[in-house]
Design a protein around this ligand. Structure first.
Ligand SMILES: [Zn+2]
Length: 326
């Protein structure tokens, strides 16, 4: 379909004042509405002179008309910059020429309103699709800018999220370092207590084993501790033995404490005997028994064991199955 040639397009008064006017109003910066007639039709169909109270539209000043022409020109230039293909170059050139005439008339202050009306009648319908095109392009551009802004904000949020994650990790690391430091201090204090206790010749005088394990059991988070020594003969209380059927039971001496010792007895009964010695002769058992008798639950007991030289010793294959080390 061919685009309408503005030079041959005719417009009726009714289309100008209804649908076209609303579109023109929407595009008011470029296409101001035509001035109202200074006469109004009366009920009898005769034309009455406007009374002083009738809202007669003010006649546009030459400056206002110059601005209208300028707005039209700006809109057409915008359409060209958006690479419009609605008008041919020749039509645009003609419009510019007509606009120049309007501007010139408004500067020389001749009958400028009539010049504008003529211009407007000639170009109005041809300008509408151009105006719609420009509006659409501007809206697209706005949408594009908004999308870019959204993308930028998302990127910023991601960066902030990354930053907060980094901070979180750093805080966690710091916390872990503080805990490790605290643990180190606790271990040092414990090792000192362990050394002080087992350096006392009295603590070791009854030892019959050639290579005893010395264990300190502590109650987690408290200063409560007990010191244990391996080998049956040196236990503070020989609590357990294995009967003929191979079942671990409380000794006669420990029978009175059977109820509080039961969790440990059951634990030891459940571990696999893999070393040359019995599962209940270790220093860890001795220390744990002492704490159980003081009312400490088994699950809160932690151990730290050394050889006779007071150097840390990892749990044997039996103790490995049940102790919790500090
Ligand atoms: Zn052991």
């Amino acid at each position: 379909m061919m685009h309408p040639d503005p030079r041959t397009t005719t417009t009726t008064t009714s289309t100008t004042s209804t649908a076209a006017t609303s579109m023109i109003n929407a595009a008011s910066d470029a296409l101001p509405p035509t001035p109202l007639s200074t006469s109004v039709p009366c009920a009898a169909g005769k034309v009455a002179k406007p009374s002083s109270s009738a809202p007669a539209r003010k006649k546009a000043t030459p400056k206002e008309i110059w601005l209208r022409a300028d707005n039209v020109e700006k809109m057409v230039r915008a359409a060209v910059s958006f690479e419009q293909d609605i008008w041919t170059g020749a039509v645009i050139a003609e419009l510019y020429k007509d606009l120049e005439s309007v501007k010139k008339a408004s500067e020389s202050d001749t009958n400028v309103q009539s010049v504008w009306n003529t211009f407007y009648k000639k170009w109005e319908s041809a300008l509408l699709p151009l105006k719609e095109f420009v509006d659409r392009k501007r809206k697209d551009l706005e949408g594009q800018n908004e999308a870019e802004e959204r993308a930028r904000l998302n990127k910023q949020k991601m960066a902030e999220g990354l930053e907060s994650k980094k901070n979180e990790i750093a805080a966690k690391k710091k916390e872990q370092e503080a805990l490790a430091q605290k643990h180190k201090q606790e271990m040092a204090a414990l090792a000192k207590a362990h050394r002080n206790h087992f350096n006392d010749p009295k603590a070791l005088e009854a030892i019959v084993s050639e290579n005893p394990t010395l264990c300190t059991a502590v109650v987690e988070g408290t200063d409560t501790m007990a010191f244990g020594i391996s080998s049956v003969g040196n236990h503070h209380l020989q609590a357990f033995f294995r009967d003929k059927e191979g079942i671990i039971r409380c000794t006669k001496a420990a029978e009175v404490h059977a109820k509080v010792l039961e969790p440990l007895r059951a634990t030891l009964a459940g571990i696999q005997k893999v070393e040359d010695w019995e599962v209940y002769v270790c220093a860890e058992v001795d220390a744990a028994v002492q704490l159980l008798l003081r009312g400490v639950p088994l699950r809160r007991i932690k151990t730290y064991a050394t050889d006779f030289d007071l150097k840390y010793k990892p749990p044997c294959a039996h103790c490995y199955q049940w102790v919790t080390e500090i």
